[in-house]
Design a protein around this ligand. Sequence first.
Ligand code: NAP
Length: 275
Amino acid sequence: MAKAEGAGRTALVTGASAGLGVAFARALAARGFDLVLTARREDRLAALAEVLRRDHGIAVAVIAADLADPAAPDALVRALAERGLAIDVLVNNAGYGIAETYARTPWEAQRDFLQVLVTAVAELTHRLLPGMLERGYGRIVNVASLAAFAPAVPGATLYAAAKAFVLRFSEFLAAEVEGRGVHVLATCPGFTRTEFHAAADMTQATDTIPGWQWQAAEAVAEEAVAAVMAGRGPVLVNGTVNRFAAGLLKYLPGGLVRRIAARHPLAKRARADAR
Ligand SMILES: NC(=O)c1ccc[n+]([C@@H]2O[C@H](COP(=O)([O-])OP(=O)(O)OC[C@H]3O[C@@H](n4cnc5c(N)ncnc54)[C@H](OP(=O)(O)O)[C@@H]3O)[C@@H](O)[C@H]2O)c1
């Protein structure tokens, strides 16, 4: 039998207490990777770790961290070193939405948001990449979003900007490390069934979005893991519907796209909130 890709290797998944993070952990466990799970809710991480150890016979460590704390990425990497864990796969997945408009959201909340969705992604990558390059093996999945391509409509101001950063960061990093055994992928999901929309108090708007626009978290994670393992990328738009939408966005006139997007339930809600 061929050796599993993950045998003898370790993956770190951020935001592993819910949604896509759980699905990434499962997809990597199924390939034989040992895991390090991080998020704030340690009880959830511990419960998932137990299931994954039992189902896959892998080693799973739990390190709770609040990535809004600027000291967290460095502390996390030091905790890994203390346990003698070298990270071969990094999934920068932790993230959330802010329901309020940019003007009305306090700066402290925006600052924390940038710390989690932008700075922690860049810092964890920066701290873990040298080891991957030295060993000649690394896989980095940065969870961006279809929002990185979306037309500008009210709402999601900093979210779209943060995800555009993740996308461009991944593209340029992939070019920098090409040919050195490290693959970098920005995966761009559209609407995905997780706890994201409830956590951001968006369900009143998102409940009206038709089922065909949604993907299961497992499908997104599996597609992204398969792509990065095969060295495909550096950008993956998840699912056929989203790929079609992202393709259309490139060719339709900007004015028309904005008029269509303005009818979206989330854009309508943001306009109502802004008044
Ligand atoms: N769902 C979608 O439709 C969708 C679409 C495109 C992109 N995405 C992206 O997918 C990623 C995962 O989101 P999801 O949909 O799986 O949402 P989710 O179910 O709400 O999970 C979010 C995860 O991020 C963690 N997290 C949030 N704030 C954190 C903090 N300060 N420190 C550490 N961890 C934190 C949460 O853990 P704790 O609360 O336990 O800390 C949780 O594990 C995000 O980057 C999101 O932007 C989602």
